[in-house]
Design a protein around this ligand. Structure first.
Ligand SMILES: Cc1cc2nc3c(=O)[nH]c(=O)nc-3n(C[C@H](O)[C@H](O)[C@H](O)COP(=O)(O)O)c2cc1C
Length: 153
């Protein structure tokens, strides 16, 4: 049977909740990407132009470190990546992770949670960062949007 991994990054719990609902729906495994250095509330105050998260998003060269080693993807056929939207795109830590993950021969898709932004720019970023053509990602929250999106990937 095909095995799916849901790899996600979440600070304030929204993406975590969506990933957990999805894992239950699919019978998939979950892996939470943790930052080497936790984000404080001040780090995430995006109304403050100089906050850590904004600095990272604005810096093309920024590759925030993740904690520990990434897991071995060998057992998985499908990898679904979940993340919040930060200034229209995934947090840069997702880029760091993608640079250290071998997705060769995996079925890949991605989703996000946001405060209202759509997935348009995130889709472009995820395709650039993975070098793959991906099925259309979506902003997900309710169990029914999650269920419907899963049918499309
Ligand atoms: C630095 C930063 C930038 C954000 N930028 C956007 C944005 O461009 N559009 C949007 O709709 N929401 C934006 N948000 C809100 C988050 O996408 C939203 O709260 C998300 O659900 C958080 O996910 P989490 O709870 O899993 O961490 C931003 C949040 C942060 C911290």
């Amino acid at each position: 049977m095909a095995k799916t991994l849901i790899l996600y990054f979440s600070n304030t719990g929204n993406t975590k909740r969506a990933a957990e609902t999805m894992a239950q729906e699919l019978g998939a495994d979950l892996y939470r990407i943790l930052p080497e250095k936790d984000y404080t509330a001040a780090d995430l105050t995006w109304t403050n132009a100089g906050c850590r998260a904004n600095q990272e998003q604005n810096d093309e060269a920024s590759r925030p470190a993740y904690r520990g080693a990434l897991l071995d993807l060998t057992p998985y056929d499908q990898v679904i990546i979940g993340h919040p939207i930060w200034w229209g795109i995934p947090p840069k830590i997702i880029r760091t992770v993608l640079e250290n993950l071998d997705l060769t021969n995996k079925k890949v898709a991605s989703f996000a949670t946001s405060g209202g932004s759509d997935y348009h720019d995130a889709q472009k970023a995820m395709e650039l960062w993975t070098g793959l053509n991906l099925p259309q990602g979506r902003i997900l929250s309710s169990p029914s949007t999650i269920k419907n999106w899963l049918k499309t990937i």
